[in-house]
Design a protein around this ligand. Structure first.
Ligand code: G3H
Ligand code: ZN
Length: 283
């Protein structure tokens, strides 16, 4: 069933688990996410970036995801990931998204607040919740490219001020997490996360969660993270499986045969995340 992310994340906050937000770019990734959600009886956010909308077509992919959400036995929110502008947010609202992120974290504080407030006003008018980010998450995800030098951790006091000033619903934090593959083993700053959680009452979001060891994910969930974003590990499962399959079956040109093991591999990744996020069985 199609729901808003607010319903999902407030329950997660209350029951101390996290809902996975899984990125999709096409039909096959979408299938893998929904199959995992059904198998694990887990709520999910399916998220699309501006790049996904451009690649797969704003007329097509949201319609596929919305149809799948309406048919699903589990609650599903459709989320705009790292919304780069007011215009893209409007496009997503028109396409039926039930959750929006406006990422203006690269702007100075006052401009970030102004951009987010504008989006909050529009989204709340139609009952859609909003995620925003403060501090800068390192690494690269499509148009969001932040060098090590530019990456900055979220400041707990500034987080509290940001929530009050901009009036959004969920806060994405920078606590040592980064987009894409990590160079070494990531070390999340749990002291910082606790300090943020103590000052902020809205649900907290962890981006760049691919490659974070399970033990740190568990601790992050116990410390108050309610939404966890996964993209890279799904992409990796898709492409590595495809590479291996085509190496072993060089004459196979039926895309359905090539994609079948890729979907299985992506589903396995998503199912494992649901277990460690403790969202399995929460419907
Ligand atoms: O917004 C999407 C995520 O933060 C995904 O990060 O690609 O490192 O899993 P990831
Ligand atoms: Zn992200």
């Amino acid at each position: 069933m199609l729901v808003t992310s607010k319903e999902l994340l407030l329950d997660a906050q209350k029951q101390r688990y996290a809902v996975g937000a899984f990125n999709t770019n096409n039909l096959e990734i979408t299938h893998a996410i929904f199959r995992a959600a059904e198998a694990k009886q887990s709520p999910i956010l399916v998220q699309l970036s501006a790049g996904a909308l451009k690649y797969a077509g704003v007329e097509y992919l949201p319609m596929i995801v919305e149809k799948a959400a309406r048919l699903a036995s589990v609650p599903v929110a459709i989320h705009l990931d790292h919304g780069p502008s007011f215009e893209v947010v409007m496009t997503a609202l028109r396409a039926g998204f039930t959750s929006i992120m406006r990422d203006a974290s690269k702007l100075p504080y006052d401009e970030n607040v102004a951009e987010v407030r504008k989006v909050v006003e529009a989204c709340h008018a139609v009952g859609v919740p909003v995620e925003a980010e403060i501090g800068r998450i390192g690494g690269a995800e499509e148009h969001v490219v932040v060098s090590d030098r530019e990456a900055t951790m979220s400041d707990p006091d500034e987080c509290a001020r940001f929530v009050d000033d901009a009036g959004f619903d969920f806060l994405a934090v920078a606590i040592g997490n980064a987009h894409g593959f990590y160079k070494g083993e990531p070390q999340l700053d749990f002291g910082r996360l606790e300090a943020i959680r103590d000052r902020v009452s809205v649900p907290l979001v962890l981006h760049g969660a691919s490659g974070i060891p399970d033990a740190q994910i568990t601790r992050a969930v116990e410390t108050g993270i309610c939404k966890i974003n996964i993209d890279t590990e799904i992409r990796n499962a898709l492409i590595r499986t495809m590479q291996q399959f085509t190496r072993e079956n060089p004459d196979q040109i039926d895309p359905r045969k090539v994609f079948a093991p890729c979907i299985d591999a992506m589903q396995a990744v998503v199912e494992h995340k649901m277990d460690i996020f403790r969202s399995t069985g929460r419907v």
